[in-house]
Design a protein around this ligand. Structure first.
Ligand code: ZN
Length: 369
C-alpha cells in the first residue's frame, strides 16, 4: 500500500481528533496530514487499537511537558515531522552566494553569561555555548558559517573572553546549523574538533554540502569519552537517532561558586527515515534507546539543568532575559532533577507515538489493506 499523502484517512482523522483534543487547535490536522497517514482499517484488522495507544503516548508527553517543554512537545509531537535523511551534495545557497544568507535581525541574539563559567554565544534560534576552564575554552556546537564569527567570536569578546583561548570545539552532530563555524575556528585558532564517527563520515562523504564547514577530523568521540581541560571535564555520550552519531553530554558548571550539574541534549527532531516502517520503526527505536541512555546519565550525574542547541527546546534566549533580572532569586535554567527527567520522557513518548503510527502502517501493509 502506498503511504497516505493526500486525502486524510479515517484513522488519520481520528489521530487528528486526538491531537486537537490535546492541544485545542484544528491546525494540527492540516499540519500532520503528510506525517501521520495510515490505513483506515489497520487498527481493527491487526487487533491493536493504535489510535488509543497513540493518544496515550501523546497525553503522557503533554503531561510531562506542562508549560516547561512546550517547544519540544510542539516540535516532535504535533508539528509535521522533519525532513528525511539528506542525501544531496549541493553547496548551500548562502555559501555559494553570501548575499543569500538570512538577514541579521532574523538570527542575532546577545551573548550572555549564564553561569560563573558557562556562556551563551548563540543566536535567536540556534545555540552555541562556551565552558571556560582554567586552561582555556571548550565551545559546544557552532552555528552557521555566516553567523559564527559574529556570535561566537564576537560574543566571547563582549563577555570579556578571548577566542584565542578556544581549545576544543565539540560538535553534537553534522548539521549545518551546528557545524557551520567548526572549520573556521579550527583553522583560525587551532582548536581541536570533536565529533562522532558517522557524523565525521557525513562530512567526508558530502564535500559540496559541507563546503567551508568541513573541519579535518581531529577527535572521534566514543561513548563515555571525557574531554578534559584544566579542572573541567565534558563527559560525552553517544545518542544516535537525530543523526547517526549524535553526541550529548554531562558536565558541571558553577553558580555563585556552587556546582550545578548539566545535561546537554545534542539532537531532537526526527531527521531520519520516519515515514516508512522499514527502517522507520527501527530508527525510532534507536532514538528512544538514546533518550533512555542520556536520561540515565543525567540521573547518575544528578543533572538539574537541561541545555539544548536550539532555544526552541530549552528556552535559552528567554531564560537569558530572565537572568538579567534574577537578583538573588533562583537560576532560571535550574529546574531540578525531576524536570530534567521529564524532558527526556517527552522525547520518548513523542517518538513512541510516531513509531506506533509506523507499526500501524506496517500491519496494514502485511494484511494488504
Ligand atoms: Zn540537527
Amino acid at each position: 500500500m502506498a503511504l497516505t499523502r493526500n486525502p486524510l484517512s479515517r484513522a488519520h482523522r481520528q489521530l487528528c481528533g486526538a491531537l486537537v483534543a490535546l492541544v485545542g487547535c484544528s491546525m494540527v490536522c492540516a499540519q500532520t496530514s503528510t506525517s501521520a497517514g495510515a490505513s483506515s482499517s489497520a487498527s481493527s484488522s491487526a487487533g491493536i487499537d493504535y489510535d488509543a495507544k497513540i493518544r496515550q503516548e501523546l497525553q503522557a508527553a503533554k503531561n510531562d511537558a506542562e508549560f516547561e517543554f512546550l517547544g519540544t512537545l510542539g516540535r516532535i509531537c504535533l508539528l509535521p515531522q522533519s525532513s528525511d535523511v539528506d542525501t544531496s551534495d549541493n553547496v548551500p545557497a548562502y555559501v555559494a552566494d553570501p548575499s543569500k544568507a538570512p538577514a541579521r535581525q532574523t538570527w542575532f541574539a546577545p551573548s550572555a553569561k549564564v553561569f560563573d563559567n558557562f556562556y551563551f554565544i548563540g543566536g535567536k534560534i540556534h545555540s552555541a555555548w562556551a565552558l571556560k576552564t582554567s586552561a582555556g575554552i571548550i565551545v559546544l556546537d557552532t552555528i552557521f558559517t555566516y553567523n559564527s564569527p559574529e556570535l561566537i567570536e564576537g560574543g566571547l569578546k563582549k563577555l570579556g573572553l578571548n577566542p584565542k583561548d578556544i581549545k576544543y570545539v565539540v560538535i553534537s552532530h553534522a548539521h549545518q546549523d551546528h557545524i557551520g563555524g567548526a572549520e573556521y575556528l579550527q583553522k583560525k585558532y587551532g582548536a581541536k574538533v570533536v565529533m562522532g564517527d558517522l557524523d565525521w563520515k557525513l562530512v567526508e562523504t558530502y564535500p559540496h554540502r559541507y563546503q567551508t564547514m568541513a573541519p579535518k577530523r581531529d577527535i572521534t568521540a566514543t561513548d563515555g569519552m571525557n574531554i578534559e581541560l584544566g579542572s573541567d571535564t565534558i563527559h560525552i555520550w553517544l545518542t544516535p537517532g537525530h543523526t547517526p552519531s549524535t553526541l550529548s553530554y554531562t558536565f558541571t558548571v558553577k553558580d555563585h561558586g556552587k556546582p550545578v550539574n548539566v545535561v546537554y541534549s545534542g539532537g531532537t527532531a526526527f531527521n531520519f527515515v520516519n515515514k516508512t516502517p522499514d527502517p522507520g520503526i527501527q530508527n525510532f527505536q534507536v532514538y528512544i534507546d538514546s533518550q533512555k541512555h542520556i536520561a540515565q546519565k543525567a540521573a547518575e550525574s544528578a543533572a538539574t539543568v537541561v541545555i539544548s542547541n536550539h532555544s526552541e527546546f530549552d528556552n535559552a534566549v528567554n531564560k537569558n532575559r530572565m537572568l538579567a533580572g534574577r537578583g538573588q532569586g533562583p537560576h532560571p535554567y535550574e529546574m531540578g532533577q525531576a524536570w530534567v527527567q521529564r524532558y527526556f520522557s517527552v522525547m520518548q513518548h513523542c517518538a513512541r507515538a510516531a513509531q506506533l503510527n509506523l507499526e500501524r502502517i506496517r500491519d496494514a501493509n502485511a494484511k494488504g489493506v
